[in-house]
Design a protein around this ligand. Structure first.
Ligand SMILES: [Zn+2]
Length: 198
């Protein structure tokens, strides 16, 4: 309760700060807060733009690159992906990354967009997790390009990396037991995943 109060107080303080900072440009009739506020990284970002530091992935990134979306993945997952990438390269396949680690702000933006795309929060939940439940925010999931995903679906178990959802053939997480036991059964979609029921 006390924490909620403090967060509320913080939100008010930030709103006041944004109001004060935005005032000099108020005459320009721009409704959005100025960009420098988002770039500080210290204030809640609200609907501010997100960038590479939040895990937005530039084109052509692979599991071997060091952009935040890749570098902030769980170290064991990343090590497994890089080991797999070496074998994939021998097959002429690149493990291209479409999404990896995401900041809570980036995940929140994706969820807002999904609600718009799918028309309801219930349908959006089949595709995009919340900032508190997402395995991307915790650094435990990676979404690969089509050829890399197809390759890893076939060879990933040997590296302890598995598909998780039937409706997301691009989404992989670390499942160490798969090295001995093979990958566990997939869920139809994230709403079947007990981890998403929070
Ligand atoms: Zn994913």
């Amino acid at each position: 309760m006390r924490r909620i109060f403090l967060l509320g107080a913080l939100a008010v303080a930030v709103a006041v700060a944004i109001g004060v900072l935005a005032r000099p440009s108020a005459s320009s009739s721009t409704p959005e807060p100025s960009v420098p506020i988002a770039s500080t990284g210290h204030l809640p970002r609200g609907h501010a733009p997100v960038g590479a530091a939040d895990g937005v992935v530039p084109d052509g990134v692979t599991v071997l690159d060091d952009v935040p979306a890749v570098a902030n993945l769980d170290e064991h997952l990343l090590e497994s992906l890089r080991d797999a990438a070496a074998e994939a390269a021998g097959d002429g396949v690149v493990l291209e990354v479409n999404s990896g680690w995401r900041s809570p702000a980036y995940q929140a933006r994706l969820l807002r967009e999904a609600v718009g795309t799918y028309g309801s929060a219930q349908e959006a939940a089949r595709w995009v997790a919340t900032p508190t439940t997402s395995a991307h925010v915790s650094g435990d999931a990676v979404d690969l390009g089509a050829s890399g995903a197809a390759w890893l679906a076939e060879h990933g178990a040997a590296y302890g990396v598995c598909r998780v959802y039937d409706n997301e053939p691009w989404h992989f997480e670390r499942r160490p037991a798969a090295v001995d036991d093979g990958c566990p059964p997939t869920y139809a979609d994230p709403t079947d995943d007990p981890r998403m029921q929070q």
